[in-house]
Design a protein around this ligand. Structure first.
Ligand code: GRF
Length: 203
């Protein structure tokens, strides 16, 4: 399967997918990496792996709709079977979701539907949860609201309250990378179908 990965930051989820895709049995090839900004480690990781990179910055476009259309065209140019947003910090607009709904996979560092949005880790910590974790889900028109495919649980430790969630987020990312690699591999090899919010992947 042809994969396009969208990033905004360090790209450790991307790196996990790059490493997994090196195995021909994984069933997915990362054909391009897209970013919403320059100068991030995620872009360097792609370049080091010889993967084509494109950057679509909102400020280069007249408005959000124009950016959404440009991003959609940039992704479509690579004819992906699956799109993965891994730490992509922009909300995808109607043009993108219309083009790639049902085959865009997102990973979020909280147990959705709890703590959606850009601060899931500190929000969970501030709420005082005892367990949190990560969610791999399909992207729909909302923010972190699409059908859930897999979740991983991470215990919150007392010490986590001392560093604003830094250590907790790293522990979540360890689980998240494993879960994302497993889910993307299965979707790439088996395909999937969605029935009223349930995502079915053959055995
Ligand atoms: C991940 O935890 C992702 O769920 C969140 O931001 C983090 C991105 O990490 N949205 P990386 O860029 O993949 O290292």
């Amino acid at each position: 399967a042809r994969l396009v990965v969208l990033v905004s930051g360090s790209g450790t989820n991307l790196q996990a997918l790059i490493d997994a895709a090196a195995d021909p049995g994984y069933g997915a090839e990362i054909v391009a990496v897209g970013a919403d900004r320059d100068g991030i480690a995620g872009i360097e990781r792609a370049e080091k792996a010889g993967i084509p990179v494109f950057v679509q910055r909102i400020k280069d476009h007249a408005d959000r709709a124009a950016w959404d259309a440009a991003l959609t065209a940039a992704v479509a140019a690579h004819a992906p079977d699956l799109v993965v947003t891994a730490g992509f910090m922009k909300i995808l607009g109607p043009a993108f979701v219309g083009a790639f709904a049902g085959r865009t996979v997102n990973t979020h560092p909280a147990l959705l539907p709890a703590f959606p949005g850009a601060h899931g880790v500190p929000d969970a910590l501030a709420y005082g949860v005892k367990v949190t974790g990560c969610t791999v889900h399909l992207v729909d028109g909302g923010v972190d609201t699409g059908p859930i495919i897999a979740q991983g649980v991470v215990e919150v430790e007392d010490a986590d309250h001392a560093d604003g969630g830094e250590a907790l987020h790293e522990r979540i990312k360890t689980v998240e990378r494993k879960l994302l690699v497993e889910v993307v591999g299965r979707l790439a090899r088996e395909g999937h179908r969605i029935e009223d919010r349930k995502v079915w992947i053959p055995a």
